[in-house]
Structures are given as C-alpha cells and as structure tokens.
Write a protein that binds this ligand. Structure first.
Ligand code: SF4
Ligand code: SF4
Length: 435
C-alpha cells in the first residue's frame, strides 16, 4: 500500500514501524475471509484490509479520529486470524496496537465508555480487586437485565452476566521435587488465578511430576495485555518492565529454564515484550531475553516430554484453539498432540480459526458481536458431541462455559489428570466423569 508519511513523522520509531507494516499490505483481501467481524458484519471497514486503510489515513493525517473510525478499530478483536492468512506478512498486531494507543491519546470517548474502560483497567489486572468485584457482581446481577436495556450500560450488564458465582480459592502449592532437574517460573497473572486457580495447581503438579521446580518470581504480576489492548500504552509498558525486572532477577540469580504461561493471551504479550520495549535502552536486551524464555505450557510439555500416562483413555475432547495460541503464537499442534498422547480422542470444531468472542475485554465492550461469535463457536463445538472441551486460555473457557453444559477445562488439567493428578474440577462436578 502506498503511504504518504512525512520525513518528520517517520523520525518517530513507532510511526516508522507502522508505516513499514502498512506498506506491506497489497490489498489482496485474502484476510477478509477469515476475519470474524467481516464474516459477521460484511462491512469492508470491519475487515483487516479496511481497518488498515482507516489506520493509515488516521496516522498519516495525524487527525483526531472520529467516532466512525474508532468504532471500526474497537470492533477488531485482535484475534490475529488475519496474520495467519496474510501472504504478505503484514504484522497487523503491532499496527493495531499502535492505532489503539493513538486513539487513546487523541479521541475523547463518551462518558460511559470512558468509565467502563477505566473500571476494567483499574480492577481486572489486580487479583484482590477482581475478587472483590466478583463478590459485588453477585449482589448486582439481578439488575443486569435492566442495565442491558440502556445501550450505554450494556457493557456493565455483560460484565455482570460473565462474572462467576464466586472467585476460586487460592490452592496450596504441591511440594517441589527433592532434586529438581530444572527451575521454571510460572506466570501468576491476574484473572486466571481468581477465576480458576485449579489451572495453576495442575500445572505445578504436572511440571513437578516431570522433575521441575516451579516458582513464582517475587514482584511479577499481570502481564499488561489487558491495558495494552485498551490502548493504555504507558500502563502496558509499566507492567512489562515490572515483569522483566522480576524474571531477570531470577534468571541472573538461580537461573530459569523457562517462563511458562497457562493463559495464551498473556503468552502472546510476554513473547512481544522484546518488541514493546525495543526502544528502551534500559530494558530492550533484558525484555528480549524474557520473551525468548517464554513458553506456552503445551509447548513446554511437548518439548520436555509428557510423563507416563496412567489413566485409561476413551473420552472425546473438543479442542478449542485459542486465537492467541494459534494465531498469536502459532502453537497449533502441541496441545492436540499431547492430548492424543494422553489417551483422549481429540476433535476440532468447524471454523476453528474463528474467535469465540472473548478476546480479553471484548465480550464486555462489544457484547453483541461477542455473543454472536460465542454462540457460533459453541454450536460448532456441540456438533462434535464431546465429553469435555479443552482450551488454553481462561478467556475462551469463560466465554464458552457460559454457553454450554459440556464441561470446559484447560488442556493442562487433562494432561495432569491423565498422568496421575486428580480429575479436573469442572469434570469432577459433572457426574458421569467424577472418577
Ligand atoms: S485481528 Fe481479527 S478481528 Fe481484527 S482485523 Fe484481524 S481477523 Fe479481523
Ligand atoms: S491479506 Fe495481507 S496483504 Fe492482503 S489485504 Fe489482508 S493484510 Fe493486506
């Protein structure tokens, strides 16, 4: 795509990066077929190609974006299906991240939207606040139908509808192996330990069975993906720097074999820390080292080798490939290969490339589109008549579990169960599988 940025604009490294991404787009439109919002809405401006055009105009002119431009950028899920499809290697992720930060700086959103976004940024990345919010949501849930009638309050209604009945209780960590073969840092993060602490427990048990000591680096917290995708660039970079500091202390102290992540949305962001902090001389090298050590749990277990399987197989697993894992990290075969090796019959639903609509805070900020995508995903999954649904991201698990009676678990919970751990909580609560 031809661009018309001025030399002064291109002196800004962020703008120069955006320009080089835009120039790679050859307008072929291959990406439109796999873009969930284009598939649903059929509007070119809700396709990757249309959005690239809008972002180019916005950045080139350095104009304040209008509501129409912001609407189409906001409707993007950041699912990155377009990056998997694009034959020209357009890095849509870095472009839309830059555009979201530009919008945040240059556009005054309506009051309700500003308040909702501020609330999400202030609560979700902080586990203690998130726990409190879940308790309050339980009390407020009866008014959700009333809130849903007021367009400006629909995100609040969606938030109440998605909130679980109660936060999960932190589980005691299993003892580390007596003579560990390696030391691995496990991201604690923010939402996952509050919603499903059993994922962390299963990960520590599985890696312990494989001979690894699992640690939580002091000072590590939310990866920053949530605020980063809201366009709050400074907050996202602050989170990245804090975690780089925490993991660097471990790398340079007792050493780390890997930084393992069980929420693939977080994994995509941590693997991008090297890029996010590339212009910060104090952090660039250390951030790149952290990114290079980051692994999704399925990648790590595949690389190290699954422990012996002790549980008889026979269950059918519908594998929901989280966008952040398949498109963001290009991890597609490892989870399915591991589940198969663990004795499960693994099936993938039709339209596996399409987002389930969770996408971070998307199912709160764009509840109508997210609901359509969630219903479509669940219909495709239920056609497989699975015994259980496995996914590698807490967002997908929450979005899908809200729409189906089939138990939804994290892939690692099944791997832990198959190799000697307890039945996953969601399965144990399901009578036919309580063994
Ligand atoms: S990230 Fe997803 S929703 Fe956004 S343009 Fe690409 S395919 Fe479409
Ligand atoms: S597939 Fe790639 S090159 Fe083609 S229109 Fe989409 S982003 Fe541009």
């Amino acid at each position: 795509m031809q661009t018309h940025f001025t030399p002064a604009q291109l002196a800004d490294p962020a703008m120069a990066t955006a320009e080089s991404i835009i120039r790679k787009c050859v307008h072929c439109g291959f990406c439109t077929a796999t873009c969930p919002t284009y598939v649903l809405l059929g509007d070119e401006l809700d396709s990757p190609r249309g959005r690239i055009y809008l972002m180019k105009e916005m950045l080139e002119t350095e104009a304040k974006p209008n509501a129409e431009v912001v609407k189409h950028i906001d409707r993007c899920l950041s699912c990155l299906a377009c990056m998997t499809t694009c034959p020209s290697g357009v890095n849509y992720m870095h472009l839309v991240d830059h555009a979201r930060a530009y919008v945040q700086e240059n556009y005054r959103r309506p009051l309700a939207d500003r308040l909702t976004r501020a609330l999400l940024a202030a609560v979700l990345p902080h586990p203690a606040r998130f726990r409190l919010a879940i308790s309050l949501a339980r009390l407020a849930r009866p008014v959700a139908p009333l809130l849903a009638r007021v367009p400006a309050l629909r995100p609040l209604a969606a938030m109440l509808a998605l909130a679980p009945a109660r936060a999960g209780r932190a589980l005691p960590a299993p003892p580390a192996p007596a003579a560990p073969v390696g030391r691995i840092a496990l991201l604690g993060g923010c939402a996952e330990p509050v919603l499903r602490p059993e994922i962390r427990a299963a990960t520590i048990r599985l890696l312990g069975r494989m001979g690894h000591e699992v640690i939580a680096a002091p000072g590590e917290a939310c990866c920053g993906a949530l605020v980063h995708h809201l366009g709050r660039e400074a907050d996202g970079l602050a989170a990245a720097r804090r975690n780089v500091d925490a993991w660097t202390a471990e790398i340079e102290g007792k050493g780390l074999a890997a930084i393992v992540v069980t929420a693939s949305g977080c994994g995509t962001t941590i693997k991008d820390y090297g890029n996010m902090l590339r212009t910060d001389p104090a952090y660039a090298a250390r951030a790149a080292r952290v990114s290079a050590l980051a692994r999704d749990i399925s990648e790590l277990v595949e690389g190290l080798g699954l422990p012996p399987v002790t549980r008889p197989g026979g269950m059918t697993v519908a594998y929901q490939s989280a966008c952040s894992l398949q498109h963001g990290q290009k991890v597609t075969s490892a989870p399915q290969a591991l589940l198969t090796a663990a004795g499960f019959t693994v099936r993938q639903p039709a339209e596996a490339h399409l987002c389930c609509g969770s996408a971070g805070t998307y199912n709160i900020l764009q509840p109508a589109i997210a609901a359509q995508l969630g219903d479509r995903k669940v219909a495709n999954i239920e056609r497989l008549k699975p015994d259980v649904i496995a996914t590698g991201n807490i967002g997908c698990a929450t979005q899908i579990a809200a729409r189906t009676g089939v138990p939804v678990v994290h892939t690692v919970e099944l791997l832990d169960w198959a190799t000697g751990g307890p039945a996953p909580k969601a399965l144990a609560q399901h009578q036919p599988f309580s063994a």
